[in-house]
Design a protein around this ligand. Structure first.
Ligand code: NAD
Ligand code: MG
Length: 385
């Protein structure tokens, strides 16, 4: 395999740092050519000195001089600001983008990578939730592979290898259920951020950890799956599986079900996406069926975890509704992390925003941006941000 030049967008995050571990463990296969961060300048500088990329981008422009000074003795190019992310995504210096930025902010650079015909290892699920039709259409047009990093979607992708055109009957997205599995609204009403940030199986960034606690993460993943695997909404089923050993399953037309399994560790789907179609040997801990084990499954409680019901509605109605859902959710989670709204209030903010913003059946990219902005503005008024 030739050395792949990787651009890690969001290199200081949970996904980004784990991707750099994979790159460091396979220096003959991968090089980190681009690193980007929003505000964690110290870590970005440290990573740049270790990996010697071609380019670094710091999103927060007030931190530019600090990064520039720290890298003055190197020939690493330093850029700053939101526009620079898109400009660097359009450059020729890399082969594959690892899209590891969190939230709507990941959409523009990822779309730019696709536009330039670069392969994309996609962690940033919000990109597909907001504008999945446009992104996937562009990927087909440019013959760009979009390789999922999200563990469930990586599992499905792996189950589909070798199935060529065999139609999918349905996919079964597994959900851990998060830290509040089995809890009811009378408990959830008092939940605070520090409790919600403690996920039982996965260590992740703050936003997705809250999304996992509310089950919005699974809702976003249903929409992500629809676009990645070209499914009808009814073909996407969610199943709670608290141990997170089965990462997801595909049922084919003959009734046969394939599952992809392993210990919950994001380095595996990250490595798979970077090295695809190869599998690389590694020292990651392995799941051992001989040890005492139980795998449980249950239906999600969508009466309690209403975010999943709202996301399912958005999945079915389509248009700009998933974009609006996502924007309102980002505002609500941001506010919850700052102790400005309660756990259950997040759902009300999202629901009211979905009712408020006018529905558009087939939005253009500009209309997605407008819907996002309108939804954010309205959601913020509900929270008095
Ligand atoms: P994180 O918060 O740990 O890291 C986010 C990264 O994006 C950081 O490098 C940060 O500097 C950068 N960033 C944040 N806001 C930005 C902005 N406005 N502009 C530019 N850059 C910005 O998040 P994470 O947990 O690594 O998640 C990243 C993405 O991957 C999310 O979309 C998440 O849903 C998805 N994902 C994460 C995991 C996981 O295990 N962490 C699993 C599956 C999917
Ligand atoms: Mg996931």
């Amino acid at each position: 395999m030739m050395q792949k030049r990787i651009a890690i967008f969001g290199s200081t995050g949970s996904i980004g740092t784990q991707a750099l571990e994979v790159i460091a463990a396979n220096p003959s296969l991968f090089s980190a050519e681009v690193l980007t961060a929003q505000s964690n300048d110290d870590l970005l500088i440290k990573q740049a000195l270790q990996f010697n990329p071609n380019i670094v981008v710091i999103g927060d422009e007030t931190r530019y001089q600090k990064v520039k000074d720290a890298l003055a003795k190197t020939d690493i190019k330093v850029f700053a600001g939101e526009k620079a992310l898109e400009e660097v995504a359009a450059m020729d210096c890399y082969d594959l983008m690892l899209a590891g930025i969190v939230g709507f902010a990941g959409l523009k650079p990822t779309l730019q990578a696709v536009e330039q015909g670069k392969a994309v290892a996609l962690a940033n699920k919000e990109t597909l939730v907001v504008a999945g039709d446009i992104v996937m259409q562009k990927a087909i047009e440019k013959r760009v592979p979009i390789i999922p990093v999200d563990s469930e979607h990586s599992a499905i992708f792996q189950c589909l290898v070798g199935e060529n055109l065999n139609p999918i009957d349905k996919i079964i997205l597994t959900a851990s259920g998060g830290p509040f599995l089995g809890k009811k609204p009378n408990f959830l009403v008092n939940v605070k951020r520090d409790h919600a940030l403690q996920h039982p199986n996965w260590s992740m960034g703050a936003k997705i950890t809250i999304d996992s606690a509310t089950l919005m993460n699974k809702g976003l993943e249903m929409i992500e799956a629809k676009w990645l695997f070209n499914l009808k909404p009814d073909q996407v089923q969610v199943l709670v599986h608290p141990q997170s050993i089965i990462h997801s399953m595909v049922q084919f037309e003959d009734g046969s079900i394939k599952a992809q399994m392993g210990l919950p560790d994001m380095k595996l789907p990250i490595q798979y996406a970077l090295a695809f179609p190869q599998r690389l040997a590694n020292q990651f801990p392995r799941y051992d069926f001989r040890r005492p084990n139980t795998l449980n499954f249950e239906e999600p409680d969508i009466k309690t975890f209403r975010n999943l019901a709202l996301a399912t509605e958005a999945l079915h109605k389509g248009g700009n509704l998933p974009c609006v859902l996502n924007a309102a959710n980002e505002i609500a989670v941001f506010a919850f992390l700052r102790n400005r709204v309660g756990f259950l209030d997040m759902t009300d903010v999202i629901e009211r925003t979905m009712e408020k913003v006018a529905f558009i059946g087939q939005p253009t990219l500009e209309e997605y941006f407008e819907s996002d902005a309108e939804a954010r503005e309205f959601a913020a008024t509900l929270i008095h941000l």
